[in-house]
Design a protein around this ligand. Sequence first.
Ligand code: F6R
Length: 263
Amino acid sequence: MEVIIRRDPAAAALLVARIIAKELRANPHMTLGLATGRTMEAVYRHLVQMHRKENLDFSLCRTFNLDEYVGLPREHPGSYYRYMHEHLFKKVNIDPRNAHLPNGAARNLDQECERYEQDIRRFGGINLQLLGIGRAGHIGFNEPLSALFSRTRVKALTPTTIQQNAPLFGGPGQVPRRAITMGVGTILEAHRLLLLATGSEKGEIIAKAVEGPITSMISATALQLHRRCTVVVDDAAATHLQGADYYRWVFANEPEWAEFRKG
Ligand code: F6R
């Protein structure tokens, strides 16, 4: 795992977008794993800009989203399908047939989860998976006690998550109680992982995820097991990291990051 600390949320999101853009340019047929949530909005804004101003091409790539609420039709304003459509899909040249999300309104949810896993496998797995982190440490909707080898399945949301997502639904009572989510095991199979967290409210959980013991109570700690995981945070989310000086030194000195240091 490597941790990159940028001075503010804007710089952190720009760096994440530049990493994605570099991978997409190197492999236009790539399969990109996508996340939703407030943190990701800035990343998608940058990708849309890059598409418009720098010809970043999405026409050949395929995407798989991490999760979707159970029981919401695609058109519901709170659905992740709508989120992706609004923030990215309708603004870039992605082929809608190549943009995959779990169907939270499927009649047979177990079958839908299995189908999603099979589709990811059928298309050769995920090259780069984008991740956010919930305040209690979930990745995707892998709430506490998600098995580290879990696959795509239905998971009950915690009251914290429901509270966290309430503004998008006009109150906690309106938030769906369950979601389909890629499992921790599914996420760990992606070739590369890229997590973005910004703001002081993510500081404590980032320290636990990056430097704490691995536990299924905090699914983000499983990222420590991955061969190629990059965590990008801003100064505010980095305040509790004990190794912050070392992480800054690596970013400032490793040749791999030279092209990303500006901005
Ligand atoms: C959503 C997802 C979640 C969010 C997390 C952070 O697809 O995967 O894990 O990334 O809940 O959400 P924000 O960015 O709203 O704090």
